[in-house]
Design a protein around this ligand. Structure first.
Ligand code: NAI
Length: 301
């Protein structure tokens, strides 16, 4: 069995000072990638900061014979994103892989959520991934090669109590990755999303007795495969954790079509609601164009 290698590849991993991000950094470093270990080094709610977390990951990579540099910028500003990618370009001359992983939590029920809890969570997860990925995409385009990974959550994709801010940010990343994968296609730039589950400082208390069976290292291999040269997968979403790997997709069911030009009444919609809601025979559109094709077909019926 041939080994999946990352020699001559430069990987930027945000939030790689602990948890899931650290496992990606160590694995890619072990397999030959030059790694930029970004971490703000703050608390789980995004407050504070420090060099210690990123430095520790860098030390572990270099002690194992790998190559890595630390970066302590926050992903949550355009300047921070630029500085993170500049660290890769200045240190290693290119950027091939970006794993957007940095994250914080500010869980509260919807009625109790303050504007700052929304803004902080959107800034780190959604804006942060945008600010890091945009300068990286520009550099990747020059070399016609790139691999992006975005970290969503089933809290957004399926829903979870007390996480409206986080769920919105996380599903937002699905949209970002979907468009990026379409724009990146002709430059060999792929983009995918994971919704992981693992025992880290963010989830320790939520997972209870399950925590011991959900190690961060059980997420690492899928992420590393998807950002490798061997994978040409793009525009996809995966659920991963506890040794289980499965695809998540956004699908569209055939529904009910009233026909071209029709303006059905409320009563007609009511009378067809079971057909409109029926999930059987769904398609998975790869773009807005695919959806339009399905609409056009319904005009012919
Ligand atoms: P973690 O707290 O161990 O890792 C997140 C890292 O991001 C921390 O090291 C933190 O210092 C860093 N960070 C936070 N804000 C930052 C900023 N502004 N700039 C740079 N770095 C920053 O937690 P975990 O679980 O490893 O989280 C990794 C990602 O996975 C997050 O995006 C999280 O939302 C996501 N996730 C994790 C799940 C799990 O079960 N652990 C479930 C679903 C999603």
């Amino acid at each position: 069995m041939s080994e999946v290698r990352f020699d001559n590849r430069v990987a930027v991993i945000t939030g790689a000072g602990g948890g899931l991000g650290k496992t990606y950094a160590l694995e890619l470093g072990r397999r030959g990638a030059k790694v930029v270990v970004n971490d703000l080094g703050g608390a789980a709610d995004g407050t504070g900061g420090g060099a210690n977390m990123a430095d520790t990951t860098v030390k572990e990579i270099t002690e194992a014979g790998g190559t890595a540099v630390a970066n302590y910028d926050s992903v949550a500003t355009p300047e921070g994103g630029e500085a993170i990618i500049k660290t890769a370009l200045d240190s290693f001359g290119q950027v091939d892989i970006v794993i957007n992983n940095a994250g914080i939590l500010r869980d509260k029920t919807f009625v109790k959520l303050a504007p700052d809890d929304l803004k902080a969570v959107l800034a780190v997860h959604l804006e942060g991934a945008f600010y890091v990925s945009q300068p990286a995409f520009r550099a990747m385009k020059e070399k016609s090669y790139g691999r992006f990974m975005f970290t969503a959550s089933t809290a957004g994709i399926f829903g979870n109590f007390g996480q409206t801010n986080y769920g919105a940010a996380k599903f937002g990343l699905v949209g970002l990755s979907n468009v990026l994968s379409i724009e990146g296609k002709k430059y060999n730039i792929n983009s995918n999303v994971i919704a992981p589950i693992a025992n880290t400082r963010l989830t320790k208390e939520l997972l209870g007795p399950l925590a011991d069976s959900l190690e961060p290292e059980q997420v690492t291999s899928l992420v590393c495969y998807l950002v490798s040269e061997e994978s040409d997968i793009t525009h996809e979403i995966y659920s991963v954790g506890g040794g289980k790997f499965s695809r998540i997709f956004v699908a569209m069911a055939p529904g009910w079509a009233a026909g071209k030009g029709a303006k059905p009444s409320i009563e007609e919609v009511r009378d067809h609601i079971d057909q409109i809601r029926n999930q059987e025979g769904y398609a998975v559109p790869g773009s807005i164009g695919d959806e339009m094709k399905l609409l056009m077909e319904s005009f012919k019926e």
